[in-house]
Design a protein around this ligand. Structure first.
Ligand SMILES: O=C(O)C(=O)CO
Length: 475
């Protein structure tokens, strides 16, 4: 029998078979984390009452096998995600009723067991008796909540399924393998039934809206996983005051967003909107021989905000033989600049004065709110185009309308506005020199799938007490 003997606060406890643990943390869900004190082990346990919810991935493997085991787990997870291989499970019969869910995969498990065996023989150290082990499941399977311990999937709140603001139908089968999904409508209709069960909120395109009322209504909420890079729709301080974590998906979005940036740049340079109208109009009898637009090759692109997405935009612009300037809080490393052929402008004003295309790629923060206003637009060339793929709030929209109406700048291409969508009578929707798209930076099948998978991983990581891939903190 695996028996825990708890002594005074902070003192190690003893397992009957000889392993000693120290309580290192009381978790928000009431479970406690314990660290193994056996020198070569480094294993961790999480206890909910008498139930062992998780141990660390290497399953008490000594350090020698830890990396090997972890590498195998990572590789197997990758293959499972790609559909190349189904995650396997190891189930060991439990004789004593204690359930141990160990995050192990077959090769990792075998490697770690061999290593344990070797070390045990060398050190003549007591071995965790397999009979004290309950159920060992693959790390790909959701574990760690009291609900799961009862064999159920974690309950996750979503806005809805399908249009207009629900999650994509094609994502539902994957999500349902990992979670039990509850829609906002279901929560509203049956609040008492769901409120204590919901452990995570899956925020897609800013929905569900996370406000104080929702947070107060979900006492067991642990994590809000948000799609995309921007988190300006989330009140981070408020959320963290409820002890809830936030994650986003910054790595997944860069390519698709940078592709859209170039799409808008090319479309506005070549006045694609008007060209398509001419091509399809029932009034068109012949094409105009003197219809012309602007050339991208050799033009100057000024990128404001040189993070991951900004760098990807520069990469693409380089292939179009553009001259690239950038402004950023911090100058990038010389090798980054060289790789994309970009020149740093310490002053944003210098960039605005020299650029034919000004591209906004910053996050919306109090510092970047209305970063581009009347003064900045006045600094731009009258032949220049403003492209915004960040957030509508980064531009003073009234000043932009005026600048476009009065020829202060030539054109604008906006994937983002405020509000979204704009009121149908808004002047920006009526201007020939403006392209507006419906916030579609990340809207490709591939990127959405990657975001969905990453959000799933993040939710499981939080619920399982693992390292969280993309945790967002308020500072
Ligand atoms: O990643 C984001 O936050 C986006 O809005 C991309 O368009």
């Amino acid at each position: 029998m695996m028996e825990f003997v708890e002594s005074q606060k902070g003192k190690p406890i003893l397992l009957k078979d000889g392993y000693r643990y120290r309580k290192v943390r009381i978790n928000v869900d009431g479970s406690a984390s314990w660290l193994c004190l056996v020198t070569f082990c480094g294993g961790r346990l999480r206890l909910q009452g008498e139930t062992v919810l998780i141990v660390s991935e290497h399953n008490h493997a000594p350090d020698v096998s830890k990396n090997e085991a972890l590498r195998s787990v990572v590789e197997m997870r990758r293959r499972a995600e790609l559909g190349m291989e189904k995650p396997r499970q190891i189930i060991q019969e439990c004789t004593n009723g204690i359930s141990l869910e160990a995050a192990v995969h077959l090769p990792a498990y075998v490697a770690s067991q061999r290593a344990i065996e070797r070390r045990r023989r060398r050190a003549r150290h007591p071995y965790v008796d397999p009979r004290s082990v309950g159920i060992c499941t693959s790390p790909c399977l959701p574990i760690a909540s009291p609900v799961e311990a009862m064999g159920e999937l974690p309950v996750v709140l979503i806005q809805g399924i399908g249009d207009p603001d629900g999650i994509a139908e094609e994502h539902v089968p994957f999500l349902k393998k990992n979670f039990s999904l509850v829609t906002m409508k279901e929560l509203t209709e049956n609040r008492q039934h769901f409120r204590e069960k919901i452990r995570a909120v899956y925020v897609w395109e800013t929905k569900p809206v996370i406000d104080r009322e929702l947070l107060q209504n979900l006492p067991n909420l642990k994590v809000i996983a948000s799609a995309g890079a921007g988190v300006d729709h989330l009140a981070l301080d408020l959320i963290s005051s409820f002890g809830v974590k936030v994650t986003n998906t910054p790595l997944e979005v860069s390519n698709a967003t940078a592709d859209l940036a170039m799409t808008l740049l090319l479309a506005s340079a070549r006045n694609l909107q008007e060209a398509i109208q001419i091509a399809v109009s029932s009034d068109t009898q012949q094409f105009f021989s003197n219809w012309m637009a602007d050339e991208v090759t050799g033009a100057t692109l000024g990128i404001i905000g040189m993070g991951r997405v900004g760098l990807k935009v520069a990469q693409r612009a380089k292939a179009f033989e553009m001259k690239i300037l950038y402004h950023n809080r911090n100058q990038r490393k010389e090798e980054d600049e060289r790789a994309v052929g970009a020149t740093y402008c310490a002053k944003m004003e210098d960039l605005l004065q020299q650029s034919d295309f000004v591209m906004l790629v910053v996050n919306l923060t109090p510092e970047t709110c209305k970063l581009i206003g009347e003064r900045e637009l006045q600094l731009m060339k009258p032949t220049a185009t403003l492209i915004n793929i960040s957030r509508g709030g980064v531009v003073d929209q009234d000043a932009l309308v005026e600048a476009l109406q009065n020829g202060v700048i030539k054109a604008a291409a906006l994937d983002v506005t405020y509000p979204e969508p704009l009121p149908r009578a808004h002047p920006l929707l009526r201007m020939k020199n403006v392209i507006v798209t419906p916030h579609i930076g990340t809207a490709t099948h591939n990127t959405c799938r990657l975001m969905m998978q990453n959000m799933t991983k993040s939710i499981l990581a939080v619920l399982n007490g693992h390292r969280i891939p993309n945790e967002v903190t308020s500072n």
